[in-house]
Structure formats: structure tokens, C-alpha cells
Ligand binder design. Structure first.
Ligand code: PXP
Length: 253
């Protein structure tokens, strides 16, 4: 039995990382966004970090203006980012924890511990027309807390799974199943590759995967269009051949 098509959001942050290594304008994240959409991505994801270490304000504005496909803005729940999101009105806003010293987004948001502070942020972004998602660890308490503060979407953090932590896939399955019971839309992302994506593509009720680092890194060897289209087919195949095995689809990474 085939499942409905799973959306692929391509995170283009690390195109900006490479550009910023030398200053200047090349490679341009907007070019990456255009190529990714033409190659089968359903949306573009960008994380505007507090320290602007990769994506800059102007990158987000240019992609928002030039790309018709949905833009998912990953952002910290700060006044600065809320004002920015209200201004550019992305299709979706994904709230992530952010500390300047992190290399990447290391853990999910502690929604249960910060429900009072996060609720008005979710409300403000929803009022601005954004579909709000909360990036959380696959933890049932966090899923319940996300539902309780009125977020329509959660994105489950797949980083620990991608690092091979035992039991993580079972946690992800349980968390995904609970999102369905609570009426939340389920997304997933972080650390996904060709090899480890199939079991995530078939989590119960999952609707969207957001993938960045692997795709941009692999694009150095194969080209971005090839890599996006190959990931698209990894996801499609996983959902037409249930149950999916991690190595059944694509050899290597
Ligand atoms: N989803 C969220 C919320 C993230 O913060 C990130 C990393 O920026 C990703 C997905 C993509 O992770 P990766 O770059 O490891 O594919």
C-alpha cells in the first residue's frame, strides 16, 4: 500500500556557509533554492540564526520574493526573530532552540518547560499567517506540551537517531503516533541521509522532512539537482514499499 507523497523541504543554510567562508556573493542560496525546487523539493527551509553565521536577512527576503514554493523559516523564539517573521511572512515558522555556541541545533525545544513563554510566540506567529511548528525531541511529554500550547505542527528531531542512538527509532515512532492522536501535523528532520531516511519517511502520519547538511555536502560531488532528485526518490520508494528498510533503497550513504 502506497502512502501519500511526503513533502521534502530543502534546507539551504550551508550554501551560505560556503559563500561566507570567502565573503562575496557566491554561491548564492537563492540559486540553490531555484535548483532544489526544479529538482523536486516541495519547499525551502532557511535558519536565520541570531549570529547570522550562514543565512542573512537579505537571503531570506530574496528567497521569499523570488520563490513561489513554501518558505519554512527556522528561528529562535526571540523578539527580533518574531518581528522579522511578521515582516516577511513565511509560509511556515519552525521554532528551534538556539545558543550561539552550538554548531547546529543540538536538541529540541523544551516546550514542556517553557510553555508559558512559548504560547504567545506561537499565537503571534499564527496571527501573522505562519504555520507554526515546534522542533522537539521525540518525547511524549514534549508532544503533549506542543499540542497544549496550540501549535499545529511539530518537527521531530532525528539527530540522535541519525547518530545511531539505540531505541531512537522506536521513540520517533511513538512520538509520531501521538502527534496523530492529538491532531498535530508531524514533520521530522536533522542528520538525514539517503541511507537513514527510509524509516523516517514511513513514521506514522509524517508529512514533511527537512533536510540540509547532507544534501548540500553531497551536492559538492553530484550536483544539487541530482542529489535533491535522488532524495526525492528515496522518500517516494520508501513510501511505496512498506515496510521500508534503511539500506533497501540506496547503497552507500
Ligand atoms: N530541521 C531543523 C529544525 C533544523 O534546525 C535543521 C538544521 O538546521 C534541520 C531540520 C536540517 O538538519 P540537517 O542540516 O542535519 O539535515
Amino acid at each position: 500500500m502506497a502512502l501519500e507523497r511526503l513533502r521534502l523541504g530543502v534546507n539551504i543554510d550551508h550554501v551560505a556557509t560556503i559563500r561566507n567562508a570567502r565573503g562575496g556573493e557566491h554561491p548564492d542560496p537563492l540559486d540553490a533554492a531555484r535548483i532544489a525546487i526544479r529538482a523536486g523539493a516541495d519547499g525551502i527551509t532557511m535558519h536565520l540564526r541570531e549570529d547570522r553565521r550562514h543565512i542573512r536577512d537579505d537571503d531570506v527576503r530574496r528567497v521569499r520574493a523570488a520563490i513561489a514554493a513554501p518558505l519554512n523559516l527556522e528561528m529562535a523564539a526571540t523578539d527580533e526573530m518574531i518581528a522579522f517573521a511578521k515582516d516577511i511572512q513565511p509560509h511556515a515558522a519552525c521554532l528551534v532552540p538556539e545558543r550561539r555556541e552550538e554548531v547546529t541545533t543540538e536538541g529540541g525545544l523544551d516546550v514542556a518547560g517553557h510553555a508559558q513563554a512559548l504560547r504567545p510566540v506561537v499565537e503571534a506567529l499564527a496571527a501573522a499567517g505562519c504555520r507554526v511548528s515546534l522542533f522537539i525531541d521525540p518525547d511524549l511529554e514534549q508532544v503533549r506540551a506542543a499540542a497544549a500550547i496550540g501549535a499545529p505542527v511539530v518537527e521531530l528531531h532525528t539527530g540522535a537517531y541519525a547518530h545511531g542512538k539505540p531505541g531512537e527509532l522506536a521513540r520517533l515512532r511513538a512520538a509520531a503516533a501521538l502527534t496523530g492522536e492529538l491532531g498535530l501535523e508531524c514533520h521530522a528532520g536533522h542528520g538525514l541521509t539517503y541511507a537513514n531516511t527510509p524509516p523516517i519517511a514511513t513514521l506514522p502520519g509524517v508529512k514533511e522532512l527537512n533536510i540540509g547538511h547532507f544534501l548540500i555536502g553531497q551536492a559538492i560531488f553530484d550536483g544539487l539537482a541530482v542529489v535533491v532528485s535522488r532524495m526525492r526518490s528515496v522518500m517516494n520508494v520508501a513510501r511505496t514499499e512498506l515496510p521500508a528498510g534503511p539500506s533497501a533503497v540506496v547503497p552507500g550513504r
